[in-house]
Design a protein around this ligand. Structure first.
Ligand code: SF4
Length: 233
């Protein structure tokens, strides 16, 4: 089977995606782009192991369903990691809203990995997903980044209103290699920060990490919020 080239609103720095676990993601985020398609219960697609992952690629493994969700069996994850290890010249992006499982399975990860999570905001009081809360995600990313010395990244997408100082402090503790920031592309009516706050966030993050701004953030930076979550102090 051919490897899927990245397309659409994916990260421009990812070359390909590879998904073995398919179907309805247990995290059920309200803004999930996969909800635009008919979804079956999640399942393990053995046929994907015919895929040659090649070399020199940066592959987002599990881009369409969070393969690290609690509901996914450890045996399934181990099989996926074993296949990745057959192609050691690639860099594998594993991004999950349940990074505790990176910690549990760290010793069997392929050599070249980037581990990431999504922090849409610093606030736990969001009601947009069944995924583990933001504080839990940030704690495990902090631990992995600081005590395992592996490359990490944070995705702030879709960005939601946040507390500037607390959010910067949360990310500073994680010390990610880079932060990717993007906005809701499909009008899910999320509480969004005003442009000035996003601009300030970018300035403050750049003091200790690389910031990769996605094109879809321009809507907010130009002042076109879906629903503004906060005013200027
Ligand atoms: S974790 Fe990702 S794949 Fe799963 S529902 Fe949320 S946005 Fe979709």
């Amino acid at each position: 089977m051919p490897l899927n080239k990245q397309s659409g609103n994916m990260y421009p720095w990812v070359t390909h995606t590879w998904n073995v676990i398919k179907g309805r993601c247990p995290h059920d985020c309200v803004y999930c782009y996969m909800k635009r398609f008919p979804q079956k219960p999640f399942r393990f697609d053995e046929k994907e192991f015919r895929t040659n992952l090649g070399s020199g690629n940066t592959i987002f493994v599990g881009s369409s369903c969070d393969m690290w969700a609690e509901e996914v069996s450890t045996g399934w994850i181990m099989k996926i990691l074993e296949h990745c290890k057959k192609y050691p010249d690639n860099t594998y992006l594993f991004q999950s809203k349940n990074p505790a499982r990176f910690y549990q399975l760290y010793d069997i990860l392929p050599k070249k990995v980037i581990l990431g999570t999504t922090l849409e905001t610093n606030r736990d009081t969001t009601n947009i997903s069944k995924a583990p809360p933001i504080s839990y995600r940030s704690f495990y990313m902090w631990y992995i980044s600081n005590f395992r010395h592996v490359d990490t990244m944070i995705s702030i997408e879709p960005i939601m209103d946040f507390d500037l100082g607390l959010f910067v402090e949360m990310i500073d503790k994680i010390r990610p290699k880079f932060v990717s920031i993007g906005a809701d592309s499909k009008g899910h009516n999320l509480p969004e920060p005003p442009a000035w706050k996003v601009e300030q966030l970018i300035i403050e993050l750049k003091e200790f990490t690389e910031v990769r701004v996605k094109e879809n953030l321009n809507r907010i930076l130009e002042g076109n919020n879906h629903k503004e979550g906060g005013g200027k102090p």
